[in-house]
Design a protein around this ligand. Sequence first.
Ligand SMILES: [Zn+2]
Ligand SMILES: [Zn+2]
Length: 282
Amino acid sequence: MLCGRFWRLVKPFQGEERGEEVVMPGAHLRAMREADAIAGLRRIDRLSLAIDSISHGLLELAWSTRCVCCELPHALLCRDCEEALPRIAAESACPRCGAPFGAVACTECWTADGQVPRPFASARCALEFNDASAKLILAYKDGGERALAPILARLLVEALEPELLESSDRLAYVPASSQALRRRGFDHMERIACEVSTLTRLERVDLLAANSRFDQRELSREERAENMAEAFELLEGIDELPRRVLLIDDVFTTGATLTAATEVLLAGGVERVDVGAICRVW
Ligand SMILES: [Zn+2]
Ligand SMILES: [Zn+2]
């Protein structure tokens, strides 16, 4: 597995789909059943963690670490860029959707028609989505900088109130679709969830599966909204669902993804879902 440093060096010579060049030959994947293929990709993703750490030292000699925001050497996110990130203060954020303005409810959660229904009990988002936070997320998801996982997890944890962490029974994450898993070779939120779990001691569980028929790219806006309702399903073989779940994702835009995932958990028997996201598009 090549590290992100290499991807950033070679990306001028690669197309948008450079992430396709990972993990398993397509013909072999097609020959496997869908579920087996996804399980295989996830196993390989975990193996790649070990390979990453071995290759890291060698690649560091050839291509030194650079800040994903400003390209200064020696750190993936330099101190100045980290301090300049647009953090969302809890005191001024909308408690229902994590938007940066609206300490009671923002203009997206409270319209002229009344309160916009959201199935999750609360939402916290760590950063406003701007150039810097977009670079961070993209470098991690699509630029191969997997070493950003602990940094992104820490930024998210810093935004989550201790009471929320204490009152949650388990940590769950929005899983990648099978298409995204193939394209990137790893489930970006699964890794973030592992890091968040380590930082908070909140136990991580795999609760959701992305529906393999779900692909938004070819759909119109209306079709996307309709399709989203079928985006997720509960993983098979779960004996007992936790009572209160903290569900995390990378970016909260309209909230449609987190809404769909939350509704599946609630329909399955989870009593309460709170959500957390690294970035809030506003
Ligand atoms: Zn920097
Ligand atoms: Zn809101």
